[in-house]
Design a protein around this ligand. Structure first.
Ligand code: B16
Ligand code: MG
Length: 214
C-alpha cells in the first residue's frame, strides 16, 4: 500500500488525538453566547480549517454579522475556552495505533512530519510527550494559507527533503484531504467515507492500518 513512500505527514486534531471534540465544545459555547445553536453536523465544516475561517463559518451558520475587532475578540475567547479543555491532555490520549504506526514507518526508513492547521500544535505535542517523534513540524504558526490550500503539506515535504509524490498524508478533514490531493500526495482519510470521498483510502483509525501491509 505504501510502496515508494519516503515521507509521512500526520495531521494532528482528529488523527493523532481527539481534540476535535474540544474544538466543538468551545465553538458551541461561543454560538450559544451569540444566541444560536451549533451542531456536530455543522462542526464537520470546521474540521481542519483555520481558527479565523472557522469563526467566519460559525457566524455564517448563525447569520450573525460582527466587526473585524469583534471577530478578533471572539476568536480569542474561543481559543481560551479550547485551551482550558486541552490542559489535561496526556500520553494516554493518543488515538489507538498512532505510536505503533509511527514506529513501523520509522522502521521502514520513512521520515515523519506534522502538518496541522493548529496554532496550539506544539502545546498539544508536549502534553502528549511526542514532539521528538517528528523530523519536521509545520503548524498554524508556520503557514500563511489554511487548508484546503496545500501549503502546509508542501512545506512539510520540502522540509523532509522528500518529493510530494513520495509522501503520504493522514487526514481526518475534507479540507485536509483536498489540500493533500492539491499537493499531489497520497492521502489516507481517517474517519467516515462520507466526509472523505476524495481520499485514496479511508480507514476508521490509524490502528486499522497496522493490519495492512505497509
Ligand atoms: P487552533 P488540524 C485544526 O487542526 C483543527 O482541525 C481545526 O478544527 C482548527 O480550527 C484548526 O486546527 C486551528 O486550530 O485554533 O488550535 O489554531 O486538524 O489541522 O491538526
Ligand atoms: Mg484534523
Amino acid at each position: 500500500m505504501l510502496t515508494g513512500i519516503k515521507g509521512a505527514i500526520f495531521d494532528l486534531d482528529g488523527v493523532i488525538v481527539d481534540t476535535a471534540q474540544f474544538h466543538f465544545l468551545a465553538w458551541k459555547q461561543l454560538a450559544h453566547k451569540l444566541g444560536f445553536d451549533f451542531t456536530e453536523v455543522d462542526n464537520e465544516r470546521l474540521k481542519g480549517v483555520s481558527r479565523t475561517r472557522s469563526l467566519e463559518i460559525l457566524l455564517e451558520i448563525g447569520n450573525v454579522t460582527v466587526s473585524e475587532e469583534e471577530k478578533l475578540a471572539l476568536a480569542t475567547e474561543k481559543n481560551e475556552l479550547y485551551v482550558a479543555y486541552i490542559q489535561e491532555l496526556r500520553h494516554s490520549d493518543l488515538l489507538p495505533g498512532t505510536k505503533e504506526l509511527v514506529e513501523a514507518l520509522k522502521h521502514n526508513g520513512v521520515k515523519i512530519a506534522l502538518g496541522s492547521a493548529s496554532k496550539n500544535a506544539l502545546f498539544i505535542l508536549d502534553r502528549l510527550g511526542i514532539r521528538e517523534w517528528f523530523d519536521v513540524i509545520i503548524d498554524g504558526n508556520s503557514t500563511s494559507a489554511a487548508k484546503p490550500d496545500p501549503e502546509v503539506f508542501l512545506l512539510g515535504c520540502q522540509a523532509l527533503g522528500v518529493e510530494a509524490r513520495n509522501c503520504v498524508v493522514f487526514e481526518d478533514s475534507a479540507a485536509g484531504v483536498e489540500a493533500a490531493k492539491l499537493a499531489n500526495m497520497k492521502v489516507i482519510g481517517i474517519g467516515h467515507i462520507d466526509h472523505l470521498v476524495h481520499a485514496d483510502q479511508v480507514v476508521k483509525s490509524l490502528g486499522e492500518l497496522l493490519s495492512l501491509r505497509l
